[in-house]
Structure formats: C-alpha cells, structure tokens
Ligand binder design. Sequence first.
Ligand SMILES: *Cc1c(COP(=O)(O)O)cnc(C)c1O
Length: 363
Amino acid sequence: MQTPYYLIDKSRLLPNMEKIAWLRAQSGAKSLLALKCFATWSVFDIMSEYMDGTTSSSLFEVKLGREKFPGETHAYSVAWAPHEIDEVLASSDKVIFNTVQQLQRFETASRGHMRGLRVNPGVSTSSFDLADPARPFSRLGEHDPEGIEPVAELISGFMFHNNCENADFDRFDAMLGLIEQRFGSLIRRMDWISLGGGIHFTGEGYPLDRLSERLKRFAGENEVQVYLEPGEAAITNSTTLEVTVLDTLYNGKNLAIVDSSIEAHMLDLLIYRESAKMNESGDKQWMICGKSCLAGDIFGEFRLPKDLEPGDRLSLQDAAGYTMVKKNWFNGVQMPAIAVRDLDGTERLVRGFTYDDFAAALS
Ligand SMILES: *Cc1c(COP(=O)(O)O)cnc(C)c1O
C-alpha cells in the first residue's frame, strides 16, 4: 500500500471497546462516541457493538452519527443556527443546548423532543488554556444554578464536560463531588446526566472498578441515567500514520524528510506543541520532518535502531484522536489514505484521496 496512510488496527481498538462495554455492564453508564475526536466511520460497525451511540458538535456530526452509527444520537453544539434546528431535531434523539437563551429561542421548535442543557461547573482538569472548558469567561455552558432553575422544567438532563485526558480517578471523583454539591438539587430533578468526555479510563492501570462504583452510586443517589462521551479514550493507541522517508540530510542533527506533514496530517500535535510518538528504540538520534514548506513542520526527535535512508518506513503512533478529523490540504501534500487492519490481520484500503479531492476542496 502506498504511504502515507492512516492504519486503524481493530485488534488495538478492541481492548478500549471491551473496557467501555465492561464499564457499562458494571455501572449502567452508557457511552457515546464524541465524533469531534474521531469520525472515521469505516470502523463504526465494530465500535457500535460496544458503545451506545454518538454525540456531536455540529449539524454535520449529528447527521453522520445518525447515518453511520447505530444507537442513540445526541445533538450538542455551542450554538445552533435557526436554519439548522429542524434537521438537528429530525436526526437526533436528544438535543443539548449550550445556553438558556438557545433553549428559549428554540423552545417552541423543539417542544416534544428530549432536551438538555450544558452546565459548566467552573472546574476542569485541562492543563492547556486552549482546551480548558472552565477557563475564565468560558462560553461553554451555563454556570449559575439560579439561572438554570427557571428553565429546569423544560429539560430532562444536563451535560457536564470538564475533564481533559484525566487519568487521575481521585481528581475525577473530587470534581464530581463538587458538581453534586453545587448542582445536586437540580440534578435530582433530571432523568439523565452526561458527564462528558476526557476521562482516560481505557488507559493502562486506570482503576476502572472504582470509576464504575462511583458512577453507579451517582446514578443511584440521583436517580438518573448516566452517559459518558469518550472521544480519545475510545480510540487511544488504535491507529498509526504510516510514512516513508523521502530524503535525509545533516545540519547539526540527522534529519529525515517523510512523505507527510505534521501541519497537514497530525495538526493537533502542532497546536499543543507535543511530539509525535514512535515505538522504535535504539541509539541513532533522528529528527523526523514533514515535507511541507513550514519551517517547524517536525514530528519529533527519536532514537532509532539504525540510521535512516530514503525508502525506510516509519509508523507514527496514536494517530486516531483529533488527528484524522483535522487533516487538511496545506501545501497540497498528498492526503493520507485510510486503511483498516481487520481482526484476522488483513489490511484493506477503505479510502484514497486524489488530486480531484484537493481541487474540489476549494473553487
Ligand atoms: C471534546 C468533547 C468530548 C470528548 O472529549 P475527549 O477528551 O476526547 O474524551 C466529549 N464531550 C464534549 C462535550 C466535548 O466537547
């Protein structure tokens, strides 16, 4: 198969799915895939066997969830436009409004539909200001119980999303305690509560049993159906970006240029100034660089078992979350194809991109 391509490995996806299904069986908490993190629908068949549906950030994600992922479709967006709302309702099981004003604006249009409101508890685990829902002056959800009280009759649930790659159960537990303290009497009037995404519960060593106990207790004490909205946790470590070295040079460091670009194909890493990951280990230090003309188009520096030369193949790890959904045509670099490795080990191409796709992205 011609590089570059993203390779989704079902045998690496499966352990995440099994943990999600276990959590549901033990705690009753349903899990909805957050499409903004991962929307490669070729593997939704296997994912939907373990997860309960999808949640979204926009009308198009709502439609994709309804069309491609069996189960429940939650429709959330930071703001719905008036021309979108009918289609949103037609394609969803629940609609979640970001503000009281949006709820009131679409109150008549959405009457009879299951409705929820995003609530911002004002605390979060994000270490990045850019991704912190509880940052000062945050627009993400209503924060004042007194402002929510008058519309509580109109809705049946709340969505909280304030965790971010949180691998610390005790921190999650403490924040849920704060949420109960501040919004408990409102929560007990609801039928369902979504606790959002950002809980790294599929990670190695995460105390799943304690999470399960906590979620079950929260659901029982408040008499609500709990939802989780895993994005990253659902697909973590399942996918690689397969690239080939095109050229090498030395400029104080060993540099290898590959047939991909961090700006175009792993943009999230560049935004958060993180390095790509590779499994290789050795003592040959190489900087892996993209082929766009951006000076800082660098995947990272790695210690490899041997010196690189043109034609060598490399696998960049963890290329599913916030990666495939953000790929773009910067520099006209060949868009990576998408391939799936089935459980029997066979790899198949599920999508290729051509010059026509590049040309069609603009006019
Ligand atoms: C981003 C987001 C998620 C998914 O977050 P992950 O960190 O990928 O698990 C879930 N719910 C909402 C509302 C989000 O904005």
